[in-house]
Design a protein around this ligand. Structure first.
Ligand code: MN
Length: 291
């Protein structure tokens, strides 16, 4: 069965030694199998402390990040493409060194509001970098997952269908689609169908509510989501993602537009989410037949 994880921003807004320890220990205490570590700045990451804490807590990790304008591999600015590739390769090394096998997120384009559609040259640059990243990742035993996000966060991948097409262009077996219920709720007409259309190409899954707060208090049709995950026999990682102004990551919070306080008790949010996800998966498994 797929492992269940939680994004680090539920616990902390930085990766200082103290915050790293708190996030990893809390993840284990809340009963999750792994923590999704934000790798927005993999260059300064204290890998040794993180590895020690993971081992002590007995949990695994995945890594995620969003590129920005200065590291946008989906651009015509050669310097930005080069910096983005360097960032992605460094993040890949961190995941490998922490014993992880999944690198995901908005690693295909800058995670920001774009004011124009993606051009062909910019698109080609992104695919070329992702091909080289996939090659290195394969050697490191790491899978790459391209997160499909809403129109305000990327001008490249907004639907599962677009991501599946890009997988074909990259042509590497260890590159998969990363879907997120929060974004699908905005861009996909029918979330269940979108999941089923990805099928075996789906490699990573984010569970987030329509306002990114407590699960069950928004408008996402989680019954449909979990039924479709069962129908495609999805057994990859599932990570809970939630953001509130109670936890501020100076870079991530502003990128994602986290201006509201949707919760303040991280542990209550996390344990509630785990029960919610487990209950939905359990129910879906009882009566859904695989396709
Ligand atoms: Mn996400």
């Amino acid at each position: 069965m797929g492992k269940l994880g939680i994004h680090g921003a539920v616990w902390v807004g930085s990766w200082s030694r103290e915050d790293c320890a708190h996030a990893i220990r809390s993840t284990a205490e809340a009963g999750y199998d792994f923590i999704e570590v934000p790798l927005l700045d993999p260059f300064t990451m204290d890998v040794k402390t993180t590895a020690t804490e993971l081992e002590r807590a007995g949990i695994g990790m995945t890594g995620s990040l969003g590129l920005d304008a200065t590291t946008n591999i989906a651009s015509e600015d050669a310097d930005a493409v080069r910096r983005g590739e360097e960032l992605l390769m460094t993040a890949l090394g961190v995941v490998r060194d922490l014993g992880g096998s999944d690198l995901c997120g908005v690693i295909h384009s800058a995670m920001m509001k774009h004011m124009q559609p993606l051009g062909e040259r910019a698109r080609g640059n992104s695919i070329a970098v992702l091909r080289r990243l996939a090659e290195k990742a394969e050697a490191a035993g790491v899978r790459i997952h391209l997160e499909v996000v809403n129109r305000y966060e990327s001008n490249f991948l907004n639907t599962g269908e677009q991501a599946v097409a890009v997988l074909g262009e990259i042509g590497s077996a260890n590159v998969k689609v990363h879907l997120d219920t929060y974004h699908m709720n905005i861009e996909e007409g029918f979330v269940g169908q979108a999941i089923e259309n990805c099928g075996a190409d789906l490699g990573y899954f984010h569970i987030g509510e329509s306002h990114r707060g407590y699960l069950g208090t928004g408008t996402i049709d989680f019954q449909a989501v979990f039924r479709s995950l069962e129908r495609i026999s999805y057994d990859g990682p599932i990570a809970f993602e939630s953001f509130s102004s109670a936890v501020v990551d100076p870079k991530l919070s502003s990128m994602l537009g986290v201006w509201r306080n949707l919760w303040s008790d991280s542990m209550d949010l996390a344990t509630h989410a785990r029960s919610f996800i487990e209950a939905h998966r359990h129910a879906a498994r009882q009566h859904v037949k695989p396709l």
